[in-house]
Ligand binder design. Structure first.
Ligand code: HMG
Ligand code: MG
Length: 306
């Protein structure tokens, strides 16, 4: 099937389940389980997997095993394994762990910036500057993430101009890719158009990504709206894992299985094996003792059994 309208013919799906998905789990998950999850995702064909984060373990205890995870995953040549780093301490750990890409993560909301990384937006950019320089010096890819680009749990409204302002500052740090993130999943399609189009005035649209959470059930509609604007990079989480420790009530990222099912139907190439992702989703959900939060994943798993 050929893609409808003028939608991109191929998209990159960045699998963020092992980091964004698992970081909020209350029970400590053994490194072996995280490693098996990453390995299954590698086998499924992702070109980019967000595998870990080197943040303060006091702030996010679940990510304390990140060095072990990064040292024991079975890497496939050409796959980019990304990690989040908030400062130089995180960068040094990421470099030692052999990360291919570091992600500096800021916010379009002052209030969320304080809650999540304990500093203002301006302070965060100053803190990211040496990280960005070190990443370039060591030949690592550099991605910038902008949380709360469509709304904030603490300050409410976030304007497209304030998103664009952070996009510009991250561009000045020479980011290769910039994520526009709906941390609390409040966006609807018209807001997506407004924010993506404004962001694209500051940064090439083919290097902007959509990172949607599904709290209000709008994530697939928001992805479709982003496709209409020409966005061709999306983040998703196997089995819809996730939630942010500093955004109460926010549910998981849009599930990868649902996104792949949508792309298949639209005739958009992802290079990823949906069946293998369904298996990975059923694996991690069984380990967590609950049903996957993926309509397509659960439907495919049920059909196999019948
Ligand atoms: P702070 O307390 O202001 O930092 O936290 P500090 O520099 O004063 O250090 C305090 C302690 O943390 C010290 O240890 C440091 O060594 C340690 P102590 O002396 O007390 O024993 N520390 C570290 N340890 C390991 N790795 C590090 C590190 N840095 C300091 N890199 C800080 C500031 C930024 C560190 C903290 O707020 C933090 O780690 N925040 C991370 C929060 C986080 O990971 N949130 C979730 C990810 S963001 C997200 O999910 C959104 C996203 O998915 C997009 C979306 O959906 O919107 C990306
Ligand atoms: Mg997220």
């Amino acid at each position: 099937m050929t893609p409808s309208n003028n939608l991109p013919k191929r998209v990159k799906i960045v699998e963020v389940g092992p980091r964004d998905g698992l970081q909020n789990e209350k029970e400590t998950i053994a490194a072996d389980i995280k490693i098996e999850l990453v390995d299954r995702l590698t086998q499924a064909g992702f070109a980019n997997i967000e595998a870990a984060s080197f943040v303060s373990p006091k702030w996010v205890p679940q990510m304390a095993t990140s060095a072990e995870v990064m040292s024991r995953i079975a890497r496939k040549p050409g796959v980019v394994y990304s990690v989040l780093v908030p400062n130089m301490q995180g960068f040094d750990a990421a470099l030692a762990a052999g990360a291919d890409e570091v992600v500096i993560f800021g916010s379009a909301s002052e209030a969320f910036s304080q809650k999540n990384i304990n500093c203002s937006i301006a302070e965060s950019i100053a803190r990211f500057r040496p990280v960005a320089q070190a990443a370039k010096q060591h030949g690592l890819r550099l991605r910038g993430s902008i949380s709360c680009a469509f709304g904030c749990p603490y300050q409410g409204e976030v304007t497209p101009d304030s998103v664009a302002d952070v996009v510009r500052r991250l561009r000045e740090l020479d980011c290769d890719e910039i994520d526009i993130a709906d941390t609390i999943g409040v966006a609807t399609a018209n807001k997506v158009h407004a924010v993506m189009r404004r962001a694209a005035t500051e940064f090439p649209i083919d290097r902007l990504s959509g990172h949607f959470h599904d709290t209000y059930g709008q994530a697939l509609a928001n992805i479709y709206a982003s496709l209409e604007d020409g966005i061709s990079i999306f983040h998703s989480s196997v089995a819809g894992l996730g939630g942010c420790p500093y955004a109460r009530g926010a549910t998981g990222n849009v599930s990868t299985e649902d996104v792949l099912y949508l792309m298949q139907g639209l005739g958009i190439d992802t290079g990823i094996d949906l069946n293998a992702v369904v298996d990975a989703g059923q694996f991690i959900s069984a380990h967590l003792g609950r049903k996957a939060v993926s309509r397509a994943g659960n439907a495919i798993a049920a059909r196999r059994q019948s």
